[in-house]
Design a protein around this ligand. Structure first.
Ligand SMILES: Nc1ncnc2c1ncn2[C@@H]1O[C@H](COP(=O)(O)OP(=O)(O)OP(=O)(O)O)[C@@H](O)[C@H]1O
Length: 496
């Protein structure tokens, strides 16, 4: 087995600033961190500070592809079942403000109708996708139109935004041109890797297209002229690669994607860096901006980033998914909250759960208590280095731990399908103690991914936190029901 590796010397400052997500790079040997989309894979050799990618031998590849075929079929049949049993949410209402509402491009009902390249269609179906989600159905025709159209798009967590813009990028690149043509900026190191993985999966049958990660730790030699068509990374490194090192010629970029705009502006410096990258691009470059939430500050940023946009926006009451049932539990102390959590675990079968705490101290305490109760617990918090965090998320994704206890650092972006319950052990508040609605939405959005059902349970332990809960409820105009965790029958009912 041939193995190349490159060390990720990410400093702690970056670790604190750049949170979240998954680290599962599946690709072939890398030169300077370059990943080829076609290749089969091995992942991050997690616990150590090294990201290792390796190529499998031919025999192993056959075995892998047989296994993948089996997985693909299983995924497709599961999805069909879900659609038949109406568990897949196909009824999200989106408010579409198009510049050309009469455009025939608008009504697309299947991936075929999007006229995707055959290689991409193959990739989409291999991922087990049968039909486009609402955001994909609405956004893709605009993104694939000629001449290119700009887009600002909002859709609920876990509804397929990433897949939408990945398809747009893969559709626009010309594989014969060996230079960067698409830039995708993600707010965090882990999210960049997670999106990169989607590009690799979707582009599996489009092997001429290559991808490179502009993330800290991926050091290129001065004078390098990148040959990869897609560059994905975090704003600081991307800006350096465009302006300081000139690895990328910004004038040749055809598509610029800014993902998770709300998370982006929450990190100091990222807003400015993104704008600086945007200014280096040609006027004709297509600008695409995605976010799950659009507070005023996000809108202002979006409008500065994206000129003459098409806009897909949700109404406020549509921001929370109906498939995620929301409850609150009254307690008097953190010990009581812990007992309530144990009661919930005693009453319902939980595939995997994420528990959010306000401080590292509470998270550490809770993880210890849960382990003592015999739960397989992982702890994730901001002081860990990015590679350690990625390793923890990887293990959780693989089901090695069933409960992930975390602080806000992990609230956004992580895509783990099996998470069926999210617990707000502490409700999200900002520095001034005001309800943090955006974080609430991102947290509960870790369950109920792509039409699955999910439970969000909020622990309320004071008048103050009751007030926070009421304000969150009013903000989204969605009732959060009371749950008595001493009544096992009642808990069982909510899971039914
Ligand atoms: N058309 C589709 N059919 C089936 N599954 C899909 C489809 N599109 C996306 N998915 C799956 O749904 C899950 C959520 O998708 P994705 O991560 O793209 O959502 P998102 O809107 O970007 O979420 P977030 O706002 O949390 O980042 C992923 O596991 C993805 O593979």
């Amino acid at each position: 087995m041939a193995t190349d590796s490159w060390a990720l010397a990410v400093d702690e400052q970056e670790a604190a600033a750049e949170s979240i997500g998954s680290l599962q790079i599946k690709d072939k040997p890398e030169e300077n961190g370059t990943a080829s989309i076609e290749a089969k894979t091995t992942a991050a050799a997690a616990a150590a500070c090294t990201l290792t990618t390796s190529k499998t031998e031919a025999g192993e590849e056959d075995k892998l592809s047989e296994e993948e075929d089996k997985d693909d079929k299983a995924a497709q049949s599961l999805l069909n079942k879900l659609i038949r049993s109406n568990l897949v949410n196909t009824t999200n209402q989106v408010e579409v403000l198009q510049r050309d509402p009469n455009s025939p491009l608008y009504s697309v009902k299947s991936f075929e109708e999007l006229r995707l390249k055959p290689q991409l269609l193959q990739g989409v179906y291999a991922m087990g996708f049968n039909r486009p989600s609402k955001i994909q159905e609405n956004a893709l025709p605009m993104m694939l139109a000629e001449p290119p159209q700009n887009l600002i798009a909002q859709s609920q967590s876990g509804t397929g935004k990433t897949a939408a813009f990945v398809l747009a990028m893969l559709s626009h690149v010309d594989p014969n041109n060996k230079f960067p043509q698409c830039l995708c900026v993600s707010p965090t190191y882990e999210l960049a890797l997670q999106t990169g993985k989607v590009i690799e999966q979707m582009g599996k049958y489009y092997s001429e297209v290559k991808l490179v990660y502009a993330i800290r730790g991926n050091k290129l030699q001065r004078g390098t002229q990148l040959q990869e068509q897609i560059v994905i990374g975090t704003p600081g490194t991307m800006l350096d690669w465009c302006l300081k090192f000139k690895f990328i010629d910004p004038k040749k970029i055809k598509v610029f994607v800014l993902d998770e705009a709300d998370v982006m502006i929450a990190t100091q410096g990222h807003q400015d860096q993104s704008l600086r990258i945007q200014r280096t691009l040609n006027k004709q470059c297509q600008m695409l901006l995605f976010s799950a939430t659009f507070e005023e500050s996000v809108w202002n940023f979006a409008q500065r980033m994206v000129p003459e946009p098409n806009i897909i926006k949700l109404k406020r009451e549509e921001e929370t998914l109906d498939t995620i049932k929301q409850y609150y539990v009254l307690c008097n102390s953190k010990e009581e909250k812990f007992m309530a959590l144990c009661n919930i675990y005693g009453a319902i079968t939980i595939a995997q759960a994420m528990v959010f705490c306000h401080t590292r101290k509470t998270a550490g305490w809770l993880a210890g208590e849960l382990s003592r109760e015999g739960h397989q617990v992982a702890l994730l918090s901001g002081e860990m280095q990015v590679d350690q965090r990625a390793a923890v998320i990887d293990r959780f994704r693989d089901g090695k731990e069933k409960v992930l206890v975390t602080t806000n650092v992990c609230a956004r972006g992580i895509d783990v399908e099996q998470v069926s319950v999210v617990i707000n052990f502490d409700l999200p508040v900002d520095r001034d103690g005001n309800p943090d609605n955006e974080t609430y939405l991102h947290r509960i959005g870790r369950t109920g991914r792509f039409g699955k059902r999910g439970l969000a349970i909020n622990m309320v332990d004071s008048k103050f936190s009751m007030n926070v809960l009421n304000k969150i409820q009013d903000h989204f105009n969605k009732k959060i029901e009371k749950l008595d965790t001493d009544d096992l029958d009642e808990i069982e009912k909510i899971a039914g």
